[in-house]
Design a protein around this ligand. Structure first.
Ligand code: ATP
Ligand code: MG
Length: 444
C-alpha cells in the first residue's frame, strides 16, 4: 500500500481530549473516529488490527471445540422478561420500540438469546456439552464512556456460552475457556492474569477476570507476583490437566478490589511478593449453573428418564478493548514508537525510500522490493511522499509496523538497511529479511 493513497489521517500532535496513550495514539494515527459519545467508526488502520485480534480469538475458541454462531444485535424484550433481567439491567440497556410498538433492545450481552436458541433445539443430554460463541457488537449505555474504545458504549465482544449436564462437566467446560484465554492473550503478546472476581449482574458462583497490568487501567488489583511466572503452554484439553492448570493459578492470591480483603492478603502473601497496582479487564468468565436455564425452561432429558435444567457458563473477551489494551502495553509514548506485536500489526513492514524531486530511483526500488514481499504474503506500507527523512520515520514509528527498510544511501546493491522498529539498523539481503519476517509470523 502506498502511504499517499492510504486512508491514514495522521495528526501532527497529540489531540488534547485524549487522556491515556491508547486513546492518543488511536486518534493521532487515525485508527478510529468518534461518531458520538462512546461510539466509533473504525478506519483502515484500526480495523485491520481489530480483525487480526478477532481472528486469533476465533482460532483459540475453535481449538477448544467451541462452535461459532452469529446472534443479532437487536433482541426482543420477551426473553429478558423471562429471565427477569429486563427490569434489573437498568439504564445501561438501550431500549427501542419497533413500528408495532414492541419492546426491543440492543443486546448488552446474550445469555437470554443463546438460552432461547438452545431450549428450542436440543432436548437430550446426549447432545452435551455444547460450547457456542459469537463475535458481535454490543451496546451498553455506560454512564461514563471514556478513554476512546476502551470504555465505549458500542463495543465488539466475543461471548461464548457453555451447556452441560452437571456441575462437574460444567467446570470442565469452564477450564477449557480458562486455558483458551491464556493462549489467546499470549498470542497477542499480552500477560493477562486470571483473578478471582465477583459475578455481578450476571450472577453465579465461579468467576475470573483476565487482567493486564497498566497504570491507566480502571481495575485495582492485589496479587502475589509469582503468578506472573506461571506457564501453561503445554496443558492438554483433558479434565485433570485442566483442573491442575487452574489450581496452579488459584494457589496465588490475585483479586480485584471488589474481592479484596486486606487481612487475608497480608496473611497469605509475604511482603516481598505483594503487588498492588492497576489493570485493564480484557476478559471475564462466569459459571452460573441453572440461573438462566431454570428461569427460561432450558432442560434436557437425563439417562434415567428424568429431566434437568442445563448448567451454563458465559465467557467474554473485549475484542475492541484489546486494541487499546495492546497499545497501553506496547506504546512507548516518550519516544513515540508503537511496537505492534507481529501477530496483529496493521502492516508487517514499512518501506521508507528517500525520494528527491528529480530522483525517484529509491521509490522504484521500494516498489520492486514490494513485489517480492507480496509474493511472500508480506503486507507492506510504502512511504511514497517527498517529505524529509526524519518526518517519514516519525510517522512510521507511530503507525508501528514491526520492521522497516530504509532505502537510501546505505541500501546499496543487494544489502538493505533494515531494522526492527525502535532498534539499531543492520544490513541484510532481501532474502534474509523475508526469512526473518516469515519466521516471526509463523511463530504467532
Ligand atoms: P467492565 O468492568 O470493564 O465494565 P464488565 O465486567 O461490565 O466490564 P463483561 O460483561 O464482563 O464486562 O464483558 C466482557 C468483556 O467485554 C470485558 O472483560 C471487557 O473486556 C469488555 N467490555 C465490557 N464493557 C466494555 C465497554 N464499555 N467498552 C469496551 N469493552 C467492554
Ligand atoms: Mg466483567
Amino acid at each position: 500500500m502506498l502511504l499517499s493513497k492510504s486512508f491514514i489521517p495522521i495528526l501532527k500532535n497529540n489531540p488534547s481530549e485524549a487522556k491515556i496513550k491508547s486513546h492518543q495514539l488511536m486518534l493521532r494515527v487515525g485508527m478510529m473516529k468518534q461518531a458520538s459519545a462512546g461510539i466509533y467508526s473504525w478506519l483502515p488502520l484500526g480495523f485491520k488490527v481489530m480483525k487480526k485480534i478477532e481472528e486469533i480469538v476465533r482460532q483459540e475458541q475453535n481449538k477448544i471445540g467451541a462452535q461459532e454462531i452469529l446472534m443479532p444485535t437487536i433482541q426482543s424484550s420477551e426473553i429478558w422478561k423471562e429471565s427477569g433481567r429486563y427490569e434489573d439491567y437498568g439504564e445501561e440497556m438501550l431500549r427501542i420500540k419497533d413500528r408495532q410498538n414492541r419492546d426491543m433492545l440492543y443486546g448488552p450481552t446474550n445469555e437470554e438469546q443463546v438460552t432461547e436458541i438452545f431450549r428450542s433445539s436440543l432436548k437430550s443430554y446426549k447432545s452435551l456439552p455444547q460450547l457456542l460463541y459469537h463475535i458481535q457488537w454490543k451496546f451498553r449505555d455506560e454512564i461514563r464512556p471514556r478513554f476512546g474504545i476502551m470504555r465505549g458504549r458500542e463495543f465488539y465482544m466475543k461471548d461464548a456460552y457453555s451447556f452441560d449436564i452437571s456441575d462437574e462437566e460444567a467446570f470442565y467446560s469452564y477450564n477449557k475457556f480458562f486455558l483458551s484465554y491464556l493462549r489467546t492473550f499470549k498470542r497477542l503478546s499480552l500477560t493477562a492474569i486470571p483473578m478471582a472476581a465477583d459475578t455481578g449482574p450476571i450472577g453465579g458462583n465461579l468467576s475470573h477476570e483476565f487482567i493486564i497490568l497498566a497504570e491507566t487501567g480502571e481495575s485495582k488489583i492485589f496479587t502475589d507476583k509469582r503468578i506472573f511466572d506461571l506457564n501453561t503452554n503445554e496443558t492438554e484439553l483433558e479434565k485433570n490437566s485442566l483442573e491442575q492448570m487452574r489450581k496452579k493459578y488459584e494457589q496465588y492470591y490475585s483479586v480485584t478490589d471488589e474481592k479484596f480483603n486486606k487481612d487475608e492478603f497480608e496473611k497469605v502473601v509475604s511482603e516481598e511478593n505483594r503487588l498492588i497496582t492497576k489493570g485493564i479487564e480484557v476478559g471475564h468468565i462466569f459459571y452460573f449453573g441453572d440461573k438462566y436455564s431454570k428461569a427460561m425452561g432450558a432442560s434436557v432429558d437425563l439417562p434415567g428418564g428424568k429431566k434437568d435444567f442445563v448448567k451454563m457458563g458465559s465467557y467474554g473477551i473485549g475484542v475492541s478493548r484489546l486494541v487499546g489494551a495492546i497499545i497501553e502495553a506496547k506504546y512507548d509514548d516518550k519516544n513515540e514508537i508503537m511496537k505492534w506485536p507481529s501477530s496483529v500489526a496493521p502492516y508487517d513492514i514499512a518501506l521508507v525510500p528517500m525520494i528527491n524531486k528529480n530522483d525517484t530511483s529509491a521509490l522504484d526500488k521500494a516498489i520492486n522490493i514490494n513485489k517480492e514481499l507480496i509474493k511472500n504474503n508480506i503486507d507492506s506500507l510504502i512511504d511514497d511522499t517527498e517529505e524529509n527523512f526524519s518526518s517519514k520515520i516519525k510517522k512510521m514509528n507511530l503507525i508501528g509496523a514491526p520492521y522497516q527498510i530504509i532505502i537510501g544511501k546505505k541500501s546499496e546493491g543487494d544489502l538493505l538497511e533494515f531494522k526492527e522498529i525502535g532498534k539499531d539498523t543492520q544490513n541484510l539481503s532481501l532474502t534474509k529479511i523475508i526469512e526473518t519476517i516469515k519466521k516471526q509470523k509463523n511463530s504467532n
